[in-house]
Design a protein around this ligand. Sequence first.
Ligand code: GLY
Ligand code: MN
Ligand code: MN
Length: 440
Amino acid sequence: MNRAHDDQSAYAARRERLLATLPEGEAMLLFAAHHHLRNGDAEFRFRQLSDVLYLTGWEDPDAVVLLRPGADEPFVMWVQPKDEEREIWTGIRAGPVGAVERFGADAAFAVDELDKMLGERLVGVHTLHYAAATDAETDRRVLAAIAKVRRKARDAFDVVPDAFIHPSRVLHEMRLVKDDRELTLMREAARITCEAHVAAMKAAGDGVFEYELEALIDYTFRGQGGNGAGYTSIVGGGANACILHYITNREPLHGGDLCLIDAGCEYAWYTADVTRTFPVNGRFTEPQKELYQAVLDAQLAVIEASVPGARFWELHQLAIRKLTESMVALGLLEGEVDALIEDKSFKRYYMHGTSHWLGMEVHDVGSYVSGGESRAMEPGMVFTIEPGLYVAPDDEAAPERFRGLGIRIEDDILITEDGHEVLTAACPKTIEEVEAACQG
Ligand code: GLY
Ligand code: MN
Ligand code: MN
């Protein structure tokens, strides 16, 4: 199941749905990702564009997909051609024959043929669902292909594309609501992720380096069939937890400090996104407990409110309110909660969003707005709830006992027909559970 192309029927069903959604005269054109170099001529491991994976399961670079309802051949691919010599170096290619026989394309060609062929395939299409203005060279090729057939199309009283719609309008709306197969994969990503966090809690201790915990997490992700981390893991001991995107992960941990880990396994191209904050030596101090409980209370309140119809923005506002109330109760802020929210004083200690969509991307696709309002939750949507409190080590306005503490608690939530499911519920979260896991 961890190989994306194992289950072709799921991709065929999605293409059918997409083709049924597009009116005649519209088509979708997707360009797969390219290889990227890390440094010199050393390559990053290839990761396909999620839109291409979602509709085809095709895992090789430099492919092009055209979906056109009503055409004789509605699903056409241009792919890397077979090349015995290159395949010795970089692996077996499915090639155009494989694209038809194994991936269900109605027709497939070598990608070098694209510039010659694309225009003809777009005659009769007036609106192209295509990510224009993403890559200048790709735009140039698409526009050149259209220009080449414009006159011929006009003489035949036909049309060529003169309108472009970003795939976010149709395809990303589909991706936002997860199907059963996707939820199976996301549950597996969540399961492995929880196991990795528990392993890190157990392995932490005075003098252990942040990178050792990162390595253990990577080992757990890869060792259980995941692709690895869905985003670069954050392992921050002590005040490093206050650096929101801390990914250097190279300091030793100190007993008495907290450690914040934000790490999620990508499994069959779906990622989890989990944060836990725990005491390095297995016991929270009193100030750590106070701040931790404040974040946990806010997180539980937002989870509780996560039901069909709840609006994305309302959930964020609820997190802000709960956290601001705690900031006042703990002496971090002074004043009326409403005023501190209104003038954004809370941002001193809570400066990021509470949620984002989750799926093939850690910050997944799908609009946060609908009908001029913040998006209402629907069954099948998956998102994170990740409140936090961060007190900079040099914040002289904060009570001394909280300085240098950074805490975030993040879970992955699926909206169901009658409420929600916490996909990452297996990861220890209460003070007692976390201490037990650290000492386990
Ligand atoms: N790990 C990135 C995030 O929590 O949004
Ligand atoms: Mn997140
Ligand atoms: Mn995260």
